[in-house]
Design a protein around this ligand. Structure first.
Ligand code: ASP
Length: 462
């Protein structure tokens, strides 16, 4: 799997990437340049050169591109409000592309993940790992739920989104009904509606049974779903390359809508700041209280030593925003520095990279409730329980690549009956939160490996 994160050695991938990127860049230049030139000839040339210079785009790292896109989006929305409709389709297209990949991505990630760990490996160690994955992820989500209800980062911000509330009334709400819907009456219908719980139920069932088939069918189906998963990861990475352009479209639309009321924009900025504080506070509690307590009292090891040993892995996770890319470094640290056996380290960490995402789960829960708050929607206790379950499951289904949390956020919002355009609200802070949540994901994976190893009677160096 790791080769995906290395250089783009696949020529087809590079060719289609360059083709689509330059095609979109051309469309933007043509559509915008004429409009802007008449207003601000010199600035227009400078702004457009950022989008149209392929070399420049390649030299600037994605997170800087996103930051630049946000700044340009704000500037464009404020200064060229009348022209926002000419660029807002870029954001819509980006959201459509995210939507397009979500179901096949989650479906193939789960089926191949469960099929790969199945069989004899899904024994005691597998069960223990899954138990700690659920416990640590649940604790993270509950921390987020508690903080987002106390701090209420989205409440009271009149973001000009209230007109959307009407069509939410029809969304399913009852907890019992949601539990029933875990078993779909029609799988194809569940897939076409993006019904996450039903899809996950079916995928896990399907994946687990692959391991029970004759070797011939088993290897065919595992290869098939592994290959589909690889394609979906590549597709996700390509779409994410277009994030700056999509974000530019979304931000200019949000800003353009409120250009006449700057105080609303200030409110959005303030609320986003509060969102970041809420999520980061959750991460602090999870990494400095929850996980150390589990390490100290369940695994009986020194949390401080564990953290020291994991420092390179955590920094790598933070900078790459990909737990998949961090896997080799985390493996090395857990095995050689902590003394966990290769059997447990490689099993727990490779499984954890896709299914154990403490940081992502916390972010999903806080982000979705933030969006509900911003839309002025009061969530009942039952709906909050659903938010917790869906955040947990969506984090399980998210692959360990940058911005996967944002991709699966669409499914959390759908499942909760919230409009997916709400994602536009959190895009501005997505990258920085992604870096932190990836570090928390890796911390959760490595802590689980230590706990499982200790419970299996291994003697560790920490
Ligand atoms: N970037 C995260 C990871 O690789 C996933 C996410 O976007 O939340 O662990």
């Amino acid at each position: 799997m790791n080769h995906i994160f290395k250089k783009k050695e696949n020529y087809l991938f590079s060719i289609s990437f360059v083709f689509w990127k330059s095609a979109i860049e051309k469309i933007i230049s043509i559509t915008l340049r004429a409009k802007i030139d008449s207003l601000m000839p010199n600035y227009a040339a400078n702004i457009m050169s950022i989008f149209s210079s392929g070399n420049l785009m390649k030299k600037i790292k994605l997170h800087w591109q996103i930051l630049i896109a946000i700044v340009i989006g704000i500037f464009f929305g404020l200064q060229f409000t009348d022209y926002v409709p000419y660029v807002s389709w870029l954001g819509d297209l980006f959201l459509r592309a995210l939507n397009m990949i979500i179901i096949p991505l989650v479906l193939s990630s789960l089926i191949s993940g469960v099929a790969n760990i199945g069989g004899e490996r899904l024994g005691r160690v597998g069960m223990k790992t899954m138990l700690f994955v659920v416990i640590t992820t649940m604790l993270a989500v509950l921390t987020g739920l508690f903080l987002v209800n106390i701090i209420q980062p989205g409440v009271g911000a009149d973001l000009g989104l209230m007109e959307k509330v009407d069509h939410l009334a029809s969304s399913p709400t009852s907890f019992g009904e949601t539990l029933m819907r875990i078993v779909p009456t029609n799988v194809v219908d569940a897939i076409s509606k993006g019904d996450l719980l039903a899809i996950i139920f079916f995928a896990v069932f399907f994946g687990a049974l692959i391991t029970k088939l004759d070797t011939k069918y088993q290897s065919f189906l595992s290869d098939l779903f592994n290959s589909i998963f690889e394609i979906m990861m590549k597709m996700t990475l390509i779409i994410i390359q277009f994030a700056p352009i999509g974000i530019f479209g979304i931000i200019s639309k949000v800003v353009g809508k409120q250009a006449a009321n700057p105080q609303i924009l200030v409110a959005i900025g303030g609320r986003l700041g509060l969102l970041v504080i809420t999520v980061l506070l959750g991460f602090v509690i999870h990494s400095l209280i929850t996980l150390p307590l589990l390490l100290k009292f369940v695994a009986r090891v020194s949390p401080l030593k564990h953290y020291q040993n994991m420092s390179t892995a955590l920094l790598t996770a933070f900078t790459t925003a990909s737990s998949g890319a961090t896997l080799p470094i985390a493996l090395e640290a857990v095995e050689h520095k902590n003394g966990v056996s290769n059997k447990i380290a490689s099993f727990v960490l490779s499984l954890g990279t896709t299914v154990n995402m403490n940081g992502t789960a916390l972010f999903e829960c806080v982000g979705a409730i933030f969006i509900a708050q911003a839309y002025g929607i009061q969530l009942s206790f039952g709906q909050q329980v659903i938010a917790v379950i869906i955040s947990l499951l969506s984090a399980v289904g998210a692959p360990g690549i940058p911005m996967a949390g944002l991709v699966v956020m669409t499914i959390v919002l759908k499942a909760m009956g919230l409009p997916i355009e709400g994602i536009g609200l959190i895009l501005a802070v997505e990258r920085i939160l992604d870096m932190f949540r990836t570090a928390i994901n890796v911390l959760g994976d490595t802590s689980t490996a230590v706990i499982v190893a200790k419970s299996e009677g291994e003697i560790l160096k920490i």
